[in-house]
Design a protein around this ligand. Structure first.
Ligand code: NDP
Length: 355
C-alpha cells in the first residue's frame, strides 16, 4: 500500500506528542495512588521508567510475585509514545501503533500485579537498603531498583521541526527510513550517528543530503570517507537548518550558510535529525557510574556498581536503541533482580519454573 503523494508512502507515522481522547495512552488504568504525599510505600522492586525496558521488567518481576512498583514518569510509555507505526517489533505482521504497544505492555504488567505511579522521580538515595526514591512527595523504599529511564533524542528546537515530526521529520532512520523509498531527504549532524544514518538511508532514498554546521566532523574518518565516496550522499558543510518548510508534510528546508550568512532553500521530502541523544541519568549521577558519553555503565549484563541496583534499556545502550533490545534488557534485569533478592533471602525462589 503506497501513496505517491504521501512522504511516508502511505504509512502515516504521525507522532503523538499529546495523547488525545481517541489515542491509546500508556496509562490504561489511570494514575493509581499508592501512598499520599508525605507518606511512603515499600516494595521488593521499584522500576523507574515505563518504556519497553521498564514495562518488560515489570511483567517479569510481577510474574515472579515481586509486586513491583513502576514509577512511570509524568509522560509514561517512553519514546514509542511519539511514534505511530512500529513495524519492526516482532509479533505484529501488520505493524502496531507505538502508544497501543505500550498500553498493551502496561496492561500485561498490571494483570500480574504491577502498581503504577505516573510521576517523575525527584531524587534517589542509593546509599544502602532499602533504596529510596522520591516522586511527587512520596518516598518509595525498595530492596532492589531497576533503572530504565531511557534516552531522549536531541532536536534542533525549531517550531517547524516540532510541528512536522512524524510528517517527514524523524530522529530514527531504522524506524522510519522505510517510509522514504524513492524520496530525496536530508540528515542533520556531523557525528557518527549522522553518517551512519545517512548511509543506511541510501537503501531507500534517491539522494541523501548530509547537512553539518561546521566543516570538520566528529564522525570517524572512515565513515566520512565512505559518505564522500557514496554516489547517493552529498555532504554539505557549513549549513544550518533555519526552517523546515511544509504545512502538513515536509517539502523543503531553508538553510543558512554558517560562514557567509546567506540563505537558500533545498527541496526535500524527509529530514532526519541525528545530532545525538541524551540519556536520562540526572537523578543517578551521584550514585551510578556513567561513561564518557553520559550513559550508565553496566556490569555483567544488567548490574551496576551498587548491588541490588540494575540497569536496562537505552539509559545504558547507545548502540542498538531498539524497542525490542530494550524489552530484552528489561527481561534480563528483572531476572537478575529476582535472583539477587533470592540470594539475599528477601524472596522465596520463584514458584513458577517458567518466567
Ligand atoms: P555526537 O555528539 O558525536 O555528534 C553530534 C553532531 O551533531 C555533531 O556533529 C554536532 O555538531 C551536531 N549538533 C549538535 N547539536 C546540534 C545542533 N543544535 N544543530 C546542528 N548540529 C548539531 O553524537 P552522535 O550521536 O553522532 O554520536 C554519539 C556517540 O556514539 C559518539 O561517540 C559516536 O562515536 C558513537 N556512535 C558510534 C557509532 C558507530 O561506531 N558505528 C554509530 C553512532 C554513534 P558539532 O560537531 O558542531 O558540535
Amino acid at each position: 500500500m503506497t501513496d505517491d503523494n504521501n512522504p511516508f508512502g502511505g504509512f502515516s507515522i504521525s507522532m503523538i506528542d499529546e495523547p488525545t481522547d481517541s489515542a491509546p495512552t500508556a496509562a490504561t488504568g489511570g494514575p493509581s495512588v499508592i501512598a499520599e504525599a508525605g507518606g511512603h510505600a515499600d516494595a521488593k522492586v521499584v522500576i523507574i521508567g515505563s518504556g519497553p525496558a521498564g514495562l518488560t521488567a515489570a511483567i517479569y518481576a510481577a510474574r515472579a510475585n515481586l509486586e513491583p512498583i513502576v514509577l512511570a514518569g509524568s509522560a509514561p510509555g517512553g519514546q514509542l509514545m511519539l511514534t505511530s507505526d512500529v513495524e519492526n517489533f516482532p509479533g505484529f505482521p501488520d505493524g502496531i501503533q507505538g502508544p497501543e504497544l505500550m498500553a498493551a505492555m502496561r496492561s500485561q504488567a498490571e494483570r500480574f500485579g504491577t502498581r503504577f505511579v505516573d510521576a517523575d522521580i525527584d531524587r534517589v538515595d542509593l546509599s544502602g537498603r532499602p533504596f529510596r526514591v522520591w516522586a511527587r512527595g512520596v518516598e518509595y523504599r525498595a530492596q532492589a531498583v531497576i533503572v530504565a529511564t531511557g534516552a531522549s533524542a536531541l532536536w534542533l528546537g525549531l517550531d517547524s521541526e516540532t510541528r512536522l515530526r512524524g510528517r517527514g521529520v524523524s530522529a530514527c532512520a531504522t524506524c522510519d527510513g522505510f517510509f522514504f523509498r524513492d524520496r530525496e531527504i536530508a540528515v542533520v549532524g556531523g557525528g557518527d550517528t549522522a553518517f551512519e544514518e545517512a548511509t543506511y538511508l541510501t537503501r531507500f532514498a534517491t539522494r541523501v543530503h548530509l547537512l553539518h554546521r561546521r566543516d570538520t566532523f566528529r564522525a570517524s574518518k572512515i565513515m566520512v570517507e565512505r559518505a564522500l565516496e557514496h554516489p547517493k550522499i552529498e555532504v554539505h558543510p557549513n549549513v544550518a537548518v533555519e526552517e523546515v518548510l511544509g504545512e502538513d508534510k515536509v517539502h523543503g528546508l531553508r538553510l543558512r550558510d554558517t560562514v557567509t550568512g546567506e540563505t537558500r532553500e533545498m527541496p526535500i521530502e524527509g529530514l532526519f535529525i541525528a545530532i545525538g541523544y541524551q540519556p536520562n541519568t540526572a537523578a543517578f549521577r551521584d550514585w551510578l557510574e556513567v561513561d564518557e558519553k553520559g550513559y550508565l555503565v553496566v556490569h555483567d549484563e544488567t548490574g551496576s556498581a551498587i548491588d541490588g541496583v540494575f540497569i536496562a534499556g537505552d539509559v545504558h545502550d547507545h548502540r542498538y536503541r531498539q524497542a525490542v533490545t530494550a524489552a530484552a534488557d528489561g527481561c534480563k534485569a528483572a531476572i537478575d533482580a529476582e535472583r539477587w533478592l533470592e540470594a539475599q533471602g528477601i524472596t522465596e525462589a520463584a514458584t513458577s519454573t517458567a518466567w
